[in-house]
Design a protein around this ligand. Structure first.
Ligand SMILES: C[S@@+](CC[C@H](N)C(=O)[O-])C[C@H]1O[C@@H](n2cnc3c(N)ncnc32)[C@H](O)[C@@H]1O
Length: 226
């Protein structure tokens, strides 16, 4: 019912080496870097229909509250998507895993109460397009829950992030960028912020180019009749 007639190319995102690395590293980070707790915080209080963007291996699925009636999880990378399908089978809420990209979400207009973006806006090819798609598929007043790493407030670390983004980082990390200003992008896409906070991951622990994070909620304006 939610399927939209716009097909994403089957393997529009192909990062097999990164995918193998992420499948292992993400599980370790959930357990040892406090990420699982951030996922739980990100999803707390959600209800109704949810679309998750770039769901990876499905580590959020276990944290959806029972009030969520359905999750449509979009993931373009084939092997991560297969792991997400397996995670969906273990989830306590209904999760449907689809191929597709954030820039062309394979779901209908205004069909969702909430969208979830965790550790993915760093990686999508076109952030404004992805956010415009999220806005399209949310009902007016619907919420975007985000947990993203991004641009450091400290000038020294921000400089390092920019150098990494121009050189090795995206190639090594499946297209990830460290210096994106996610809050600015969400604001520019026309969302209205609810509560959000900056955090450092891991905390305590070593500061890395992906340590500066933001976690919170923004809304599609209620009067938005796009
Ligand atoms: C760092 S992983 C995060 C996965 C998951 N969201 C999580 O919280 O663990 C980034 C994910 O974004 C996906 N991705 C890459 N390009 C994308 C795009 N254009 N649209 C949607 N997802 C994308 C990758 O395949 C990968 O699953």
């Amino acid at each position: 019912m939610h399927l939209r007639n716009r097909k994403a190319p089957k393997d529009s995102v192909h990062h097999p080496v990164f995918a193998r690395y992420y499948a292992r590293a993400s599980v370790a980070a959930d357990a040892h870097a406090g990420i699982a707790a951030h996922r739980a915080e990100l999803l707390t209080g959600l209800s109704g229909r949810v679309v998750e963007i770039g769901a990876g291996n499905g580590l959020n699925f276990a944290h959806y509250p029972a009030a969520v009636s359905e999750v449509v999880a979009v993931e373009p990378e084939r092997s991560l998507r297969q792991l997400a399908v397996e995670a969906a089978m273990r989830a306590k809420v209904s999760v449907d895993v689809l191929p597709g990209t954030a820039e062309a979400l394979p779901v209908e207009d205004q069909g969702f109460d909430a969208a979830v973006a965790s550790l993915v806006l760093c990686t999508v090819r076109d952030v404004p397009k992805a956010l415009a798609e999220i806005r399209r598929v949310l009902r007016p007043g619907g919420e975007l829950r985000f947990f993203e790493h991004g641009l450091a407030a400290e000038r020294g670390l921000a400089r390092v992030q920019r150098v990494l983004d121009r050189t090795v980082w995206p190639r090594l990390m499946g297209g990830c960028h460290t210096a994106r200003d996610t809050l600015a992008a969400i604001r520019e896409a026309g969302f209205e912020f609810g509560a959000y906070r900056s955090l450092r991951v891991p905390d305590p622990g070593p500061r890395t180019p992906t340590s500066p994070c933001v976690l919170g909620v923004a809304y599609r304006p209620r009067a938005d009749l796009v």
